[in-house]
Design a protein around this ligand. Structure first.
Ligand SMILES: Nc1nc2c(c(=O)[nH]1)N[C@@H](CN(C=O)c1ccc(C(=O)N[C@@H](CCC(=O)O)C(=O)O)cc1)CN2
Ligand SMILES: NCC(=O)N[C@@H]1O[C@H](COP(=O)([O-])[O-])[C@@H](O)[C@H]1O
Length: 219
């Protein structure tokens, strides 16, 4: 087995998927070393989870960059590009082999993606929908609403490669979630089912990528 894969995790919220990965690393089931957890939200509980696990954390927020530019379309674009370029520098400085987005609620621009590609850093993401369905935010709520309207009978979660087009990168692992036929399932109960499916999918999907990167190191 190769040395543990240096991994940076990007979050914005609770960090339950981060916790699932931390726990599996501690149990010796994932060959990774989380070198940093970075959040774009200061109050993300996932930062507390990382601190408890003695993992270095960082807070990197877009507001500081927006304040340095006019509140115009061009100004916001410039702020996002500067933010993303600095995010790339911060991450590359740690020399990761893998970046995992686990609820990171920020669309990454080429100013981030290109430097990481040059540095040969793989980027993957967890998304709570099936490939091509409900891209973007609030996917769980949107899927539940579509089911209530009789438009869909299943949804799912996936781990996918990150490309510029949001949630359209190559799927690595997809887990379908059927809706209970003829049974009303409120959003809260459905969300619980989705999150429970996510935890297992993250562990298996990240494990697949870690094995791939490990094999490449040994080749
Ligand atoms: N270029 C890419 N960036 C990101 C991807 C991706 O596949 N390509 N995956 C996401 C995670 N994500 C869905 O899985 C996602 C996160 C956030 C958004 C979004 O619209 N963000 C808004 C802000 C929303 C908010 O603050 O609540 C924004 O960035 O303006 C869409 C999809 C990680 N990034
Ligand atoms: N588009 C990205 C997206 O919606 N990601 C979602 O954010 C949540 C993070 O939960 P967590 O902070 O408890 O891991 C998860 O449900 C994940 O699928």
């Amino acid at each position: 087995m190769s040395s543990p894969i240096r991994t940076t995790v990007l979050i914005s919220g609770n960090g339950s998927n981060l916790q699932a990965v931390i726990d599996q690393i501690a149990a010796g089931n994932l060959n990774a070393n989380i070198i940093r957890v970075l959040s774009n939200r200061k109050d993300a509980f996932g930062l507390e989870r990382a601190r408890k696990a003695n993992i270095p954390t960082q807070y990197h927020n877009l507001v500081k960059y927006k304040k340095q530019h006019p509140a115009t379309t061009e100004g916001v674009q410039a702020a996002r590009e500067e933010y993303d370029a600095e995010l790339a520098r911060l991450i590359i400085a740690d020399q990761p082999e893998l970046v995992v987005c686990l609820g990171f609620m920020h669309i990454l621009s080429p100013q981030f993606l290109e430097p990481l590609e040059v540095a040969n850093v793989r980027i993957i993401n967890l998304h709570p929908a099936l490939p091509g369905a409900f891209n973007g935010v609030n996917a769980i709520e949107r899927a539940h609403a579509a089911w209530m309207e009789g438009k869909i009978y299943k949804t799912g979660v996936m781990i996918h490669d990150v490309i510029s087009e949001v949630d359209m990168g190559t799927p690595i692992l997809v887990r379908e979630i059927p809706f209970q036929k003829g049974q009303d399932e409120d959003l809260e109960a459905f969300e619980k089912r989705v999150h429970e499916t996510e935890w297992g999918t993250v562990i298996e999907g990240v494990g697949m990528v870690l094995k791939e990167l490990g094999a490449r190191k040994l080749a």
